[in-house]
Write a protein that binds this ligand. Sequence first.
Ligand SMILES: Nc1ncnc2c1ncn2[C@@H]1O[C@H](COP(=O)(O)OP(=O)(O)OP(=O)(O)O)[C@@H](O)[C@H]1O
Length: 284
Amino acid sequence: MSAMPPLTDLDARSAVGDGPAGEATAGRVAPRGVDTTHGAILYLDDVTVSFDGFKALNGLSLDVGVGELRCIIGPNGAGKTTMMDVITGKTRPTSGTAFFGQNIDLTRLAESEIAASGIGRKFQRPTVFEAHTVFENLELAMKADKRVRPTLFSRLTGEQADAIGETLALIRLEDAVWREAGLLSHGQKQWLEIGMLLMQQPLLLLLDEPVAGMTDAETERTAELLNTLRGRHSLVVVEHDMDFVTRIAGGGKVTVLHEGSVLAEGTMAQVQADARVIEVYLGR
Ligand SMILES: Nc1ncnc2c1ncn2[C@@H]1O[C@H](COP(=O)(O)OP(=O)(O)OP(=O)(O)O)[C@@H](O)[C@H]1O
């Protein structure tokens, strides 16, 4: 296990880097113009998605508040993935509206534009660059950020190195910083990918079954990580592991989807006691 060098040395290890001398690129994120003055970051209103007449989403309405960690649960086929696909522009609603803040109409933007506007998505399977180190993965993620001035073939600024150091601490991969990502455990790869998303400073983070395939210890650490992110980012987490959902939901809202729309919404205790939720999901 290689020890992590002081962060001041990190830029010296950088394979790619900053722009011409004197051009500040840290603190680099342009205002993205997401209007959240009404307190919500995501508004889905009466969204329907039909696949050849079959309604994967059927009049789905959902608001997520700024800084909220919203858990989405529901049986297989309830429409959870389709909902994420609508938010990220992968699937267009047949009808209904989807807004990021009050002003950004997600149904009119390309997937890349939505990502650039501040929505990050993590799919179920980790997709890290296996041949690169943990550090390089975080660095590449930061530099893939379209809002950052192109910085290939130059060095990291101190601020960028600090940002990587902070993320490493958050995802607890400081001891693995120079390890090839392909050598990490499944859980570590998942954390690294979350870290890669964080490097792009998303306003809204979508996580699809983040603890699937994790050990109990990894699941516990992931719960701690998400609890740390609560309030700093807005998060939507789709998950089937109810113990995990209980741990990250706290007293916050859990939304239960069923047949493409919201069946119930409330605290974990409230939805767990809901007879309809027990019938279609929890009681199975
Ligand atoms: N491209 C598609 N064409 C036809 N039907 C689709 C398509 N995508 C999804 N569906 C259907 O829409 C429904 C909702 O699927 P979706 O994947 O959103 O559910 P889910 O809640 O994410 O399920 P799971 O928990 O199994 O991941 C399912 O019945 C699925 O078969």
